[in-house]
Design a protein around this ligand. Structure first.
Ligand code: NAD
Length: 301
């Protein structure tokens, strides 16, 4: 088996460094034409440098691949997609990867730290994806990969801004998956761990060596392939390990909706939190199904 992207155009945001660069190089090696987007700013979002995207394009071309550099911020997502249309006439795959960190403990977090992290991660992915979506609908094919983080899935000290934006990306992905389903547009989310300038501040040198970005890119490529039917799903990946993450819910306790007390909640608490017979809900419909299962509800409610 040899999967390729010979007729595909891929946009990789934040592709000048770390994970994005690795994704871009892999897609190009597998035959895709690649838009290498990178603003080229600092790890905390200051400044810009067009050479950062240019150098990855040079690497791709030196290996016989086809790519174009784009230095726009993801907050101008329409320009990035326009670049793909101008150079390649189509856009098939969008890898939302660009990111920055502005870590502060919550009580010290400024409006600027919150706003900039939100803008790059969540608003940026929204702008790029929304600009690409109509083209994908027209051609009845598209793939999105969003980049979340364990910090988003589980929370992490000092990363309120980052974790909020990162988990929101999975919410965005799940709804794009629902709205894109009838047009063969899939969207999935990865939570990577990889050595990069972003992780250099929180990991030892030994750990950094084991965590090659190249261990994340094959999953990104597979999720982007036309033969992969995963959509709305979430994966963790790093250092040669990958795994799917999903919601788990207890069966729950039922109360009489005509009225119940704080004492009723306290008495049923063990049942609310009992995961001995869990379900794995995957749609909003299953929330309403659980509510409708309340034995106290009248048939006509
Ligand atoms: N490295 C990890 O272990 C890890 C863990 C969890 C999540 N992530 C996520 O993976 C993604 C890539 O991270 P990385 O570790 O490779 O970081 P990195 O800093 O090496 O690369 C991020 C790239 O994004 C670019 N960028 C920043 N703001 C931009 C903007 N407004 N427009 C366009 N480009 C912009 C930067 O210039 C940089 O080249 C990020 O979204 C990050 O949050 C990384």
């Amino acid at each position: 088996m040899s999967l390729n992207f010979n007729d595909k155009v891929v946009v990789v945001t934040g592709a000048g460094n770390g994970l994005g660069r690795s994704h871009a190089l892999l897609f190009a090696a597998l035959g895709a034409r690649v838009v290498v987007n990178d603003l080229g700013g600092s790890g905390t979002g200051e400044g810009s440098d067009a050479n950062v995207a240019d150098s990855v394009v040079a690497e791709i071309k030196a290996s016989g691949g086809d790519a174009v550099a784009n230095p726009d911020s993801v907050t101008n997502g329409d320009k990035i997609i326009q670049c793909a249309m101008d150079h390649f006439g189509q856009v098939d795959i969008v890898i939302n990867n660009a990111g920055i960190l502005r870590d502060k403990s919550f009580h010290k977090m400024s409006d600027d730290d919150w706003d900039l992290v939100y803008q790059v991660h969540l608003q940026g992915a929204f702008k790029v994806s929304r600009a690409a979506f109509p083209h994908m609908r027209d051609q009845a094919y598209g793939r999105f990969v969003m980049t979340t983080s364990a910090a988003g899935i589980y929370g992490n000290f000092g990363q309120a801004n980052y974790s909020a934006a990162k988990l929101a990306l999975h919410g965005l992905s799940q709804t794009i998956a629902i709205e894109g389903r009838s047009k063969n547009i899939n969207s999935n989310t990865i939570g990577p761990v990889a050595a990069s300038r972003m992780m250099g501040t929180v990991m030892t040198d030994d750990a950094m060596e084991l965590l090659k970005p190249e261990c994340v890119s094959p999953l990104v490529a597979w999720l982007s392939h036309e033969t992969c039917n995963a959509t709305g799903e979430l994966f963790e990946v790093g250092a040669g390990w990958m795994s799917q993450v999903r919601w788990q819910r207890s069966q729950g306790a039922y109360f009489d909706p005509k009225g119940f007390s704080i004492d009723d909640v306290a008495n049923a608490w063990d049942i609310v939190k009992d995961f001995s017979d869990p379900i794995y809900p995957s749609s909003i419909g299953l929330t309403f199904k659980a509510i409708q299962g309340n034995p106290h509800l009248n048939d006509d409610i």
